[in-house]
Design a protein around this ligand. Structure first.
Ligand code: AMP
Length: 114
């Protein structure tokens, strides 16, 4: 599956997307099919296929992604009422794009999985 190129092209601005944040390590943009009033995807600027590929060397990127997710949640004014951060992994986790990404969802009461 080469669909990870979609996200690579968004980072490089070869594919149009609503980028709301970008720095040297992270890009964040609006999900094209939002599941909530606020639905942002946060990705590393370098390729990691899934959470299975997090290791001692690259684990710092998860902390960066998390910090940016919280920063965006505050900017989007969903932090007080709350939000959900999700990382799907592979088939059973429902991962469709094979490029590690964090979903930030909020702006409504989200259904419980449990
Ligand atoms: P996942 O199921 O965790 O792999 O999530 C992939 C997400 O990427 C889905 O919520 C899609 O709506 C979103 N998506 C796919 N293509 C694009 C795109 N070109 N721009 C923004 N979001 C996208």
């Amino acid at each position: 599956m080469h669909n990870h190129l979609i996200f690579k092209n968004i980072i490089e601005k070869k594919t149009p997307a609503s980028i709301i944040y970008q720095d040297e390590t992270i890009t964040a943009f609006k999900d094209i099919q939002p599941k909530a009033p606020v639905h942002i995807l946060i990705i590393p600027n370098f390729f990691i296929a899934s959470s299975n590929d997090i290791n001692k060397k690259n684990k710092w990127i998860i902390a960066n992604m998390f910090e940016i997710a919280v920063h965006i949640a505050k900017k989007e004014k969903i932090s007080q009422e709350g939000y959900r951060i999700i990382i799907n992994c592979n088939k059973n986790g429902g991962q469709e794009i094979n490029y590690l990404h964090m979903h930030l969802l909020g702006g409504k009461k989200l259904k419980s999985f449990f």
